[in-house]
Design a protein around this ligand. Structure first.
Ligand code: NAD
Length: 396
């Protein structure tokens, strides 16, 4: 085996520690050589926990180094500037979703990466759950036959409590220059939140299940809990006009029907994903809802045995170093990270969950948003030259 890939991680917050760093540390193909955070103490404690030799607070320092192969962007808020800087610096790039809020910018990033021969991957975590990887293989082997209907749900009750701060960042001082999320209370003024944050990975799974792009969508965004605490420093609630529940339906180019619902005010546990695909020869249901210590289940049925029966997930769908008591974040992200390393070193050829796939997902999000704003069906693909309404999202 050649030398491990040298990885620099930007962001030493919660998700970095529970998903990214365990993943890169476990993969035999990678070594984390540096960690960067605006808060040096966070970078230092992550370095101590994961045995990372170097710490810094300025990402530009890492991007300029020729000895770094892969940059992992796991910051909160906008990722776009760091993504383009990473690609311009000639590094393979893993980034948390969304890559950019406008699907056309995601395509630009994809084209830049392709022109430089760089691999990309997005934190579409749930396609790497062993149960979902197994489902995809069953679909490829023909278990479902011709796809008829996909139903996707991503829902949990994380923000049912209005006093749980909407902005997940831990602020030490009040954030400056943050946008308002309550000034335009019209139907059109709702700020996209759940659809982009929670809908994205399930749209990704759905597109793979039906095996085709969507050609039209119609959807609605709603705000169920109007007054919330904004940050960890606020004690009062304020009017925050965001999408905390949404639904859409669509049609795929192969005729399959597609429905999705995402929400974080729906009673249930995290991550709260359910994916159901029904076809001419069989049906599969995957559930990624952490309940009573179980993080994933897969059930299948066929026309001559219609009761859904649970299947055991074969061991080859688990990442190197996986343990039976892994939290879902570590279990799923272990596969994502190892799979990315395999793609970079040429052990895998498919480039799954890359920027191109993320652009397709983001285009559906942009189209559903347009459908909500304009009260109409929206055809896909969108006209890339056409002016799109800006998407404003929560930095959660
Ligand atoms: N894919 C998933 O399932 C999933 C799950 C949870 C979170 N996430 C995403 O992961 C990202 C990080 O979430 P989190 O909970 O760890 O957030 P967090 O706020 O706990 O951590 C982010 C860290 O990034 C640092 N940071 C911000 N900008 C930086 C910069 N320019 N340079 C260096 N450091 C910088 C911050 O100081 C902070 O410590 C978010 O985009 C979030 O949406 C994805």
């Amino acid at each position: 085996m050649s030398d491990p890939l040298r990885v620099a991680v930007i962001g030493a917050g919660r998700w970095s520690r529970s998903a990214h760093l365990p993943g890169f540390t476990r993969s035999p193909l990678s070594k984390v050589v540096a960690i960067c955070d605006l808060h040096r103490d966070l970078a230092e404690s992550a370095a101590a926990e994961f045995g990372i030799p170097e710490v810094c607070t300025d990402a530009a320092e890492l991007l300029g180094r020729p000895d770094i192969d892969v940059v992992d962007v796991v910051t909160r808020g906008d990722h776009q500037d760091l993504v383009f800087a990473t690609l311009e610096a000639g590094k393979h790039c893993l980034v948390e979703k969304p890559v950019c809020h406008d699907y056309r910018d995601v395509w630009r990033a994809h084209e830049l990466a392709t022109s430089k021969g760089l691999k990309t991957k997005v934190g579409l975590t749930f396609r790497y759950a062993p149960a979902v990887m197994y489902m995809f293989d069953l679909i490829r082997e023909g278990f479902v036959g011709e796809p008829y209907i996909f139903n996707g749900y991503e829902q949990n009750s994380q923000w049912l409590d209005p006093d749980n701060p909407m902005d997940k960042r831990i602020h030490r001082t009040p954030p400056q220059g943050e946008p308002e999320w309550g000034t335009d209370l019209s139907r059109e003024g709702i700020v996209v939140s759940s659809l982009e944050g929670y809908g994205a990975p399930t749209i990704d799974i759905g597109l793979e299940c039906v095996g085709a792009d969507l050609t039209k969508v119609v959807g609605i965004l709603a705000n169920m809990v109007p007054y919330r605490r904004r940050t960890n420093l606020d004690t009062d609630r304020e009017r925050i006009h965001i999408d905390d529940a949404d639904m859409f339906m669509g049609e795929a180019s192969n005729g399959a029907l597609f429905s999705m619902q995402s929400s974080y005010v729906t009673v249930g546990n995290y991550p709260g994903i359910e994916a159901r695909i029904f076809g001419s020869r069989g049906a599969i249901q995957v559930r990624l809802v952490e309940e009573f210590g179980v993080i994933q289940t897969i059930k299948t049925a066929t026309p001559d045995a219609v009761e859904f029966v649970e299947r055991e997930i074969p061991p080859e769908y688990f990442a190197p170093g996986a343990r039976p008591d892994d939290h879902w974040s570590t279990a799923f992200y272990g596969n994502l990270v190892h799979n990315f390393c395999q793609e970079i070193v040429g052990e895998r050829s498919e480039d799954q969950g890359d920027f191109a796939q993320s652009a397709r997902v983001q285009e559906v999000i942009n189209a559903v948003t347009l459908s909500h704003r304009e009260h109409r069906w929206v055809d896909l693909p969108l006209d890339r030259g056409e002016e799109q309404p800006p998407i404003q999202t929560m930095p959660w």
